[in-house]
Design a protein around this ligand. Structure first.
Ligand code: NAP
Length: 253
């Protein structure tokens, strides 16, 4: 039997890298997307191959129509069917509300919300062609989509209005896809809390945020990766939900 297939966007580092390697360890062939990290993505590709999987790589700016089309084309070239699409790539940086100009707003929404929609829409034929019975799913179910959301989609962090709105939209995309595309394509979301620090957070901010986490520690990219694997390979009756992986932080707000 051929191996299951997955596309992970933003797969060169951090959470995307962990998801790609977890899937490779679970027997997937991967299409690895990155934007600007040829060396890091090649290391991830080597890691996938070390698990016996195929690793295809595509570089693209998901903030452009051409970039999104390049990822779709690469998936069609690499695979005849897609078991899993993970929309992980994202832009995150603080800008005060009255300093977000039109171009900045558009760019964040394009990468964080429009790109996930376009990839899902244009890869539907590949997702519908996938065999999920190999994981024990009923035969009317085929591909799975996982959107990387954020616990901040419900309760925004000050200084990140464009990002928060994009992630709130992604939560709705999870639900909209579930009601319209299931049972053929099952859609779920994962909302990390603190699993990899943004570079913009200084030490004091990191310590203060970590203290608020009920489990008493920040998470790791691998915590998200294990949840993505479970959602894809085992959670055949979960659909249209967004699951926090945040050490309990969502309960604290
Ligand atoms: N880290 C956390 O604790 C946390 C918390 C809440 C939610 N999340 C969500 O979980 C996901 C992964 O988090 P992360 O911290 O690992 O993400 P990240 O490092 O901030 O970004 C992941 C990747 O997105 C890619 N990207 C950015 N702009 C792009 C563009 N215009 N076109 C294509 N790719 C672009 C980058 O690719 P290149 O590096 O190749 O340029 C980057 O490596 C994200 O969706 C994030 O919003 C994370």
């Amino acid at each position: 039997m051929s191996r299951p297939t997955a596309l992970v966007t933003g797969a060169a580092v951090r959470v995307g890298r962990a998801i790609a390697l977890e899937l490779a360890a679970s027997g997937f062939d991967l299409l690895l997307h990155h934007r600007s990290r040829p060396d890091e993505i090649e290391h991830v590709a080597e890691g996938v191959r070390a698990h016996g999987g195929q690793a295809h790589v595509v570089a693209a700016d998901l903030g452009t129509r051409e970039g999104r089309a390049a990822v779709v084309d690469a998936a069609r070239t690499a695979f005849g069917a897609l078991n899993l699409l993970v929309n992980n790539a994202s832009v995150f940086y603080p800008v005060a509300f009255d300093r977000i100009d039109d171009d900045e707003w558009d760019r964040v929404l394009e990468v964080n919300l429009k790109a996930p929609f376009v990839l899902c829409r244009d890869l539907l034929p590949l997702l519908r062609a996938a065999d999920a019975t190999r994981f024990g799913a009923p035969e009317e179910q085929h591909g799975v989509v996982v959107h990387l959301c954020d616990i901040g989609a419900d309760r925004p962090v000050s200084g990140h209005a464009h990002y928060s709105v994009s992630k709130a939209g992604l939560v709705m995309l999870v639900r909209a896809m579930a009601v319209e595309l299931s049972p053929a394509v099952r859609t779920v979301g994962v909302s990390p809390g603190q699993v990899a620090w943004p570079e913009s957070y200084d030490e004091a901010t990191r310590r203060a945020l970590a203290r608020r986490i009920p489990l008493g520690r920040v998470g790791a990219p691998e915590d998200v990766a294990r949840l993505v694997r479970f959602l894809t390979m085992e959670a055949h009756y979960l659909d249209g939900v967004v699951i926090p992986v945040d050490g309990g932080l969502h309960a604290r707000y």
